[in-house]
Design a protein around this ligand. Structure first.
Ligand code: ATP
Ligand code: MG
Length: 230
């Protein structure tokens, strides 16, 4: 069975999608079988993987609502990994799921069908703690939290940790925090170092020693539908 990571932080623009796409590509270059799940109605991971999100015939939306077979919706990306794409339609799923049975476990049930075909599954979450993110927490073995090196970095982190702990208590006992990744680190500023220290005080050994530098190529690569190494 695949190891399933979800990339989550309800703060917007902290580097979740950039991490998801580039991690998927890097692991697939290392010969792992990887599935990337775009669980965000913005569809950024879909676009960043070279797919035209508005032309998807079916997407993660139809899969979650039992209207399509996950095996038929997954496609192969030019970057080497498989992808379950998403687009604006997924926004409707949030409402439709609220009245559905086992609404938190929809994604888990679907991923169980394909998990045996992959080494790693990476779920890119939306910038909310909605039912979509709860579905990701229920399906995942662990959560990778990207934090942007900026002044308000830790704002909302308490709420994120509470939500993870609630899910751990009730729906997914094995859920853990995989690690905390500092993104858009700028070596020229004191701020980045100060934020790193603050985050380290809070998360201790969970913070990765390696940080992701602010890098224009990383910002440009989604417009080519490619990860940074390609
Ligand atoms: P959202 O919450 O909207 O889903 P996100 O957390 O997925 O956002 P990204 O989309 O990965 O964040 O990144 C936000 C923006 O910052 C994007 O324009 C992205 O290209 C850019 N970006 C991400 N990481 C870096 C980096 N290390 N250097 C420069 N730009 C970056
Ligand atoms: Mg994103």
């Amino acid at each position: 069975m695949a190891k399933i990571y979800c990339i989550a932080n309800q703060k917007g623009g902290v580097g979740k999608t950039t991490t998801a796409v580039n991690l998927a590509a890097a692991l697939s270059q290392l010969s792992f079988n990887v599935l990337l799940v775009d669980l965000d109605p913005q569809g950024n991971a879909t676009t960043g993987s070279g797919l035209e999100k508005n032309n998807l015939v079916q997407s993660v939306y139809e899969v979650l609502l039992d209207r399509a077979d996950i095996k038929k919706v997954i496609t192969h990306s030019t970057s080497g990994y498989d992808i379950l794409g998403s687009n604006r339609k997924l926004a409707a799923a949030e409402e439709e799921l609220l009245s559905a049975a086992r609404k938190e476990l929809r994604l888990k049930t679907k991923l169980d069908e394909v998990s045996g075909q992959y080494d790693v599954i990476i779920i890119d979450c939306p910038p909310t703690l909605s039912i979509l993110t709860i579905n990701a927490f229920c399906a995942a073995d662990s959560v990778l939290v990207p934090i942007q090196c900026e002044f308000y970095a830790l704002e909302g982190v308490g709420q994120l940790i509470n939500t993870i702990q609630l899910v751990k208590k009730s729906l997914n006992k094995s859920l853990d925090i995989e690690g905390v990744l500092m993104t858009m680190f700028d070596y020229r500023t004191n701020l980045s170092n100060e934020v790193y220290s603050e985050v380290k005080k809070y998360f201790k050994d969970k913070v990765y020693k390696n940080t992701i530098p602010r890098n224009i190529r990383l910002a440009e690569s989604p417009s080519f539908g490619l990860p940074i190494m390609l």
